[in-house]
Design a protein around this ligand. Structure first.
Ligand SMILES: NC(=O)c1ccc[n+]([C@@H]2O[C@H](COP(=O)([O-])OP(=O)(O)OC[C@H]3O[C@@H](n4cnc5c(N)ncnc54)[C@H](OP(=O)(O)O)[C@@H]3O)[C@@H](O)[C@H]2O)c1
Length: 288
């Protein structure tokens, strides 16, 4: 692959552009301008969620970009308190209305955990996934997937349904390399995606990343995004700054050596941001 418009193919044959554009923490007006800027600079894969409260702005940005809907890969996510069959169907319809589209390219269960009734997690995930299969069969979703799911959650769906998650979006960056999850996804033909690839800004403080980026003559952001791309994972960087939006997409003019790929992963000692997905969301502090 040598462009952000080059694609991975999901197990159902749907193509997914290899770099996405994140929109968390962008209010509607900012999302509209930033999404249009990203698309005009080549991004074709846009990531939002009902919980980001900016789907109207993201949809406006899509229209403002002038690029045809069918050339884009638009993703949203089901909020934690809309799990369950009826609620999931209604939440998806709400996202479609907010975005002003009649289908999503992918819809993800945002987190595997419930805000309440943790003991009913298995039943809840099955009811929710049943709604996803319904929406997929009805053509409202071209692909269905998950976010922040652990292996055990995906195995639960695999054991009970015909379709299992096609995508799993997880927190992944040099401080949380996710080797086991990436290997599991790739062995099961699930496309892994990396949220917070720039460690929500912490990447710019790490001496190892600053030195390695200088060695390749690139920015720290480009180094992190390329490092994720070289692992066969879709990076989802966010920026509201046009110059950074362009810089983050420009990752195809260099290649990180195997030795440096390994060295970058030694930052794992710093660990992930916030708590793992096994901790109920009510107790989480960072990350949506
Ligand atoms: N599935 C989930 O549970 C989940 C959780 C968290 C995030 N996500 C998704 O992943 C996306 C990315 O994660 P994130 O927003 O947490 O953080 P991130 O992409 O790791 O970092 C974003 C921060 O880095 C800055 N930045 C971006 N490019 C830069 C560059 N080239 N040079 C210097 N600074 C740069 C941005 O500033 P400016 O904006 O000011 O330029 C912003 O402060 C989200 O927007 C969302 O779509 C998903």
């Amino acid at each position: 692959m040598n462009s952000i418009q080059d694609c991975y193919s999901l197990y159902n044959g749907v193509n997914v552009p290899c770099v996405a554009f994140g929109t968390w923490k962008m209010p509607d007006e900012v999302a509209e301008v930033s999404v249009a800027c990203a698309i005009q600079n080549g991004y074709r894969h846009i990531d939002t969620a009902l919980a980001y409260q900016n789907e109207c702005g993201v949809g406006a940005g899509v229209r403002r970009s002038g690029v045809r809907r069918d050339e884009l890969f638009l993703v949203s996510k089901l909020p934690n308190d809309d799990h369950g069959y009826e609620k999931a169907i209604a939440a998806c319809e709400r996202s479609l209305r907010n975005l002003g589209v009649d289908y999503l390219d992918a819809y993800l269960i945002h987190w595997p955990v419930l805000v309440e009734n943790q003991d009913r997690l298995e039943e809840d995930l099955c009811n929710t996934w049943r709604a996803f299969e319904r929406l997929y069969a009805d053509g409202k979703l071209r692909a269905i997937g998950t976010s922040n799911f652990l292996e055990e959650h995906i195995e639960l769906i695999k054991a009970n349904f015909q379709n299992y998650p096609m995508i799993n979006q997880v927190q992944m960056h040099p401080q949380n390399p996710q080797e086991e999850m990436v290997a599991y996804c790739q062995a099961n033909r699930i496309l892994p995606e990396a949220w917070s690839p720039l460690i929500q800004g912490q990447a710019f403080k790490r001496e190892l990343l600053i030195e390695t980026a200088a060695k390749y003559g690139v920015s720290v952001a480009q180094l992190c995004i390329r490092w994720i791309f070289q692992k066969g994972v879709v990076p989802v960087p966010k920026s509201t700054t046009p110059e950074r939006i362009r810089n983050n997409a420009d990752i195809f003019g260099f290649s990180i050596s195997d030795e440096d790929m390994e060295k970058i992963a030694t930052l794992r000692t710093y660990g992930m941001i916030g708590n793992p997905p096994s901790v109920p969301r009510t107790h989480q502090v960072v990350g949506f």
